[in-house]
Each structure stands twice: as C-alpha cells, then as structure tokens.
Design a protein around this ligand. Sequence first.
Ligand code: F6P
Length: 341
Amino acid sequence: MKIGVLTGGGDCPGLNAVIRSVVRKGTQEYGFEFVGLRDGWLGALRDKVVPLDIAAVRGILPRGGTILGSSRTNPFKHEDGVARIKDTLTAHGVDALVVIGGEDTLGAATELSRQGVPLVGVPKTIDNDVAGTDYTFGFDTAVGIATEAIDRLHTTAESHMRTLVVEVMGRHSGWIALHAGVAGGANVILVPERPFDIDQVCGWVKNRFRTNYAPIVVAAEGAVPKEGHVIVQDRALDEYGHVHLSGIGEWLAQEISRRTGTDARTTVLGHIQRGGTPSAFDRWLATRFGLHAADAVNDGAFGTMVALRGTEIVRVPLDETRGRTKVVNPSLYDEFEVFFG
Ligand code: F6P
C-alpha cells in the first residue's frame, strides 16, 4: 500500500514527530510505502509530491515546524479541487492519505473522505481547539513558552510598577491564555469564550497595585470586550474565511493606562509560541498519534481521526467533529476567578 502524508494549516511543534512515527511504523510493521505532499492541500492540488522513507525522517523528532511544509489551502476554494486531488493520488499510486491538521484542514479532509478519498486524520494545533480529542500536540509547548514569558514579565513589571499585558494566540478558544495564565500566576485572564468588562479589568488592575504588586494581564488574541468587536490586524480573509487577529493586547494596555492613570505595556508573543522544539509531552502525544494513524490505515478505518481520550488513543469519525470547536468550559474558567485582581 502507498500512503501520502500531508501537514496543513498553521504549523506547530510535534508535526515532524507524527511524520516520523507514522513512517516508521507503517514501513517496518505493515510494509507500506510513503510519499509526502508538500504544503498541505496545495501539494495535492499541484502535484507537489516528494519521497518519504525512514532515512528522510531520521533526526526530525525534536525539530519544530514540518519537513513537508504547510499552507492554509482549502481544496474546495479551487476549481475542480477534488478531481485534481484524486488525479494526483492516482498519478502517484497513492492508496490512502494521513492528513495532519487542525479544524480547517480536517474539515476539508472530512468532505474529501465523503467524496471517496480514503484518509485518516491526525489532530494538531497549538490552540487545542479541535473537537473530539482531549489534547492536540503543540499546545503543551505553546503553554510552556507563554508561561516562561509571563514568569519573566512579572519581574520587570514589578521593577517599574506597571501593568504588563501579554497577548497569546487563540482565535476561537482561550486554552493557551487560561493554562499559561494560571501557570504563570496572571492577575487577569481574558478568553474569547467570555466577553470581558473593561471596568472590571481596570478594577482588578487597581486592586493589584493596592497590594503593591504589578498586574499581569493575559489575553487571548480573540478576547473581546463586552461592548466591542474582536480586534483584527487586517481584514483580508484566508481560504477558510479567517481574518488575521492581534491588537487586543495593545488596546487593553491603552485602555488600562487611560482609565487607571497608571503605566501599561504590551507583549505580543505571536509565532514564538509555534516555533522551536516540541516539549516532551508533545513528542509523546505526536508519536502515539502517528503510531495509531498507521494502525488505522492498516485496518482500513478511513474517515476517522485518531484522538486522545484520557490516556487512550481512540478513533473518532471525522463527521462527528466537523464544524465543532472545543472551547473553554465556563465552569473551568470560573475555577480560577479567585486569583483575579
Ligand atoms: O491556528 C493556530 C494559530 O496559531 C492561531 O492561534 C492564530 O490565530 C493563527 O494560527 C495565526 O495564523 P497565521 O500564522 O496564518 O497568521
């Protein structure tokens, strides 16, 4: 059997660990051959197919990014996309795909699977917002990076007695903000799931100054004021209809300064959260996902995605996850309110 592997959407630490483990297990245990499709669905549309064997995946376990490249290409936005993908697979004798992606890439995979493309999905994203799995790899690394940044910001904030706002990634969900904010001892955590009241935020900030500590405010890029809109960098839409977020951190710093009469600055962590070597947990999870994806292909379990449930790796029908985003549960967020202010 010949298997094509692709990585789509925003990259994240651990993609190479999946590629390595699916190729190792598929080759050694099942005698599969592999090829890589470059740059996500773009490679399938444009016939950008590269050899992928055990030699090609040696040494990549600790490397961030993806040796196959990635893009936010949506095959359904390209003329004859499905037919072109099928042609590429036929031309290279590819029998099935392993598709490593977040909700967009896996959403396209779900539709392609319905239209007869045999494939198995592997969920990834630093945002941890893919429905059907307890965790995605990439998330733990991003939380570690954001937590270290918050630790560092505490000391400089206190030297100058000013507020430091940290903007982290998280378009629809506040998982990174919540986990890193709690781990880093933030005084305010703002997530997209809970529109915030700027007066309350300023109240928490003032309260923190009263106890002679400097406030740290962690905000997900998709956090939104109760009477306002999400703040965007530019309005151009990608092929999945997303705008480029970022700006809420700067908006918060300005509002806090203006309303409290105290100094406030912003740090935007941006793509630092997506780069570099994966954490041990992400390497572990990504490796397990790759091993189980090879098993799923061998079993002909197409149209499914491997997922983490508790400590078990299970197979979830892709159809069940389509169009669902895993968001922060309000009661989980409320658990930490005692630390605000
Ligand atoms: O989907 C993961 C993610 O990192 C989001 O948190 C963020 O909004 C987006 O990607 C940024 O994408 P890009 O790198 O395409 O600007």
